[in-house]
Design a protein around this ligand. Structure first.
Ligand code: GDP
Ligand code: IMO
Ligand code: MG
Length: 428
């Protein structure tokens, strides 16, 4: 039996949704353990597209899905997503979706704070998704957060009034932004409570029970390693730990329950929002990748910045997550480029750095060191076996594996579930 964690190795949008949907077939349960509706995970099954922001990407495969305690949940968005998936014929009933009673609620004042802060100082913008993620995690750490269990408790109204009073002071006096209407918040959240109460349970206890029955669990990460609050390009990060270790904290299981960790690697690099990006392209090649890869955010529709693959980042991800293998996605997008570049290190003041630097000042002065490889002309999106990939494609993959000392277990050549070459199924 294997329990696996799937995480992003770069700055998000690596194709986690597609790979989680694919591997969910071999799993019994899928648990998301951090983040909120800043995530946008896309699945394409028989030509039909599904986008999920909060519901784990195993739902299309009919698996029981869980929202772990490490997540922050906007209940209005969750209800809309349940309705959207139900309309598409997906079962998202309370027997199919479980919400941890310890997961925190994103409140309207969190979204207002996120917007006000980003608008207040253009120079200091993070380029957040504006979904209230940071302010909600702030309240969690400050012990002023409201969890699902609190929503169900009698003291809910009093609790919200106390917190909202402080937020409104901050919003109106400091940011000169409109206050939130507290009664309105209480009324709408009471409606959300009535709708979502049947879904709320103790997810940690449930996972323990199913593991005792030798069932398989897939832990689904959101965002990517370099957006991690501790290990990412701080402060241009999200507000949660995105690395594999947080699968334990954010789902309520101990580390001995994790058998394998698969890192999703896009065949090139993208980033949405602000922050350093050493291999970013500002030329026609960048435009080619952006257009061919349809690199627009699934959550905010923003154009994603594009650049070459960076094995300094990937080695960082291998170490931080104890990766046991890669799933390489969007390899088809690179077809048609004469030459491909792989970043193997960074040059800083005439020295070559092998490890990802912490200082953003150092990072800003780093020049990527590239190895060039011949590209391939062919459209590989219909290829279903490794041997049928062009030699140049196999060489490109092999070089990434060598530079990261990590094997590619899955190769994705298109958005569809079937557009995949499985070399070594992490579930065994
Ligand atoms: P996630 O946030 O990591 O789940 O990734 P997103 O869903 O935000 O972005 C990945 C995008 O690439 C989605 O539109 C997917 O449908 C698409 N995609 C995933 N794998 C492939 C692939 O191998 N090739 C191509 N062309 N598109 C892919
Ligand atoms: P998935 O799961 C890509 C980025 C935002 C911004 C920074 C902080 O789809 O890969 P936040 O709203 O979290 O406070 O924003 O993090 N970001 C993502 N970028 N994919 C994501 O999720 C992201 N979630 C957050 O663009 O730069
Ligand atoms: Mg995404």
């Amino acid at each position: 039996m294997a329990n696996i964690v799937i995480i992003g190795t770069q700055w998000g949008d690596e194709g986690k949704g597609k790979i989680v949907d694919l591997l969910a077939e071999y799993s019994d349960y899928v648990v998301r353990f951090q983040g909120g509706n800043n995530a946008g995970h896309t699945m394409v099954v028989n030509g039909e597209q599904f986008i999920s922001h909060l519901v784990p990407s195993g739902i299309i495969q009919g698996k029981v899905c869980m929202i772990g305690n490490g997540m922050v949940v906007d209940p209005e968005v969750l209800i809309n997503e349940i309705d959207y998936l139900t309309e598409k014929g997906v079962n998202v009933g309370p027997e199919q979706l479980k919400i941890s009673e310890k997961a925190h609620l994103i409140m309207p004042y969190h979204k207002a704070m996120d917007h006000a802060r980003e608008a207040a100082n253009e120079k200091k913008q993070i380029g957040t998704t504006g979904r209230g993620i940071g302010p909600c995690y702030e309240d969690k750490s400050a012990r002023r957060g409201i969890r699902f269990v609190d929503l169900l408790d009698d003291g809910f109204e009093e609790n919200v009034r106390a917190v909202a009073e402080e937020k409104n002071f901050y919003l109106t006096e400091f940011f000169k932004a409109p206050a939130v209407d507290v009664q309105d918040v209480i009324d709408s959240y009471s409606r959300y409570r009535d709708r979502l109460a049947p879904y709320v349970t103790d997810v940690s206890v449930m996972i323990d029970q199913v593991l005792r029955e030798d069932r398989r669990v897939l832990f689904e990460g959101a965002q990517g390693t370099h957006l991690d609050i501790d290990h990412g390009t701080y402060p241009y990060v999200t507000s949660s730990n995105t690395v594999s270790g947080n699968a334990c904290c954010g789902a309520g299981v101990g580390p001995k329950k994790i058998d394998r960790v698969t890192g999703i690697v896009k065949a090139y690099t993208t980033r949405v929002g602000k922050g350093p990006f050493p291999t970013e392209l500002f030329d026609a090649t960048g435009d080619f990748i952006q257009e061919k890869g349809a690199e627009f955010g699934a959550t905010t529709g923003r154009r994603r910045r594009c650049g070459w693959i960076d094995t300094v980042m990937l080695r960082n991800a291998v170490r931080l997550n104890s990766l046991t293998g890669f799933a390489v996605t969007k390899l088809d997008v690179l077809g048609g480029l004469d030459t491909l570049k792989i970043c193997t290190g960074y040059k800083y003041k005439n020295k070559e750095l092998e490890d990802f630097p912490t200082s953003l000042q150092v990072l800003a002065e780093c020049e990527p060191v590239y190895e060039e490889m011949p590209g391939w002309e062919a459209d590989i999106s219909a290829v279903r076996s490794y041997d049928q990939l062009p030699e140049a494609t196999r060489n490109y993959l092999r070089r990434i594996e060598e530079l990261t000392e990590t094997a590619a277990e899955i190769i994705s050549v298109g958005p569809g579930r079937d557009q995949t070459i499985m070399l070594n199924n992490p579930f065994g």
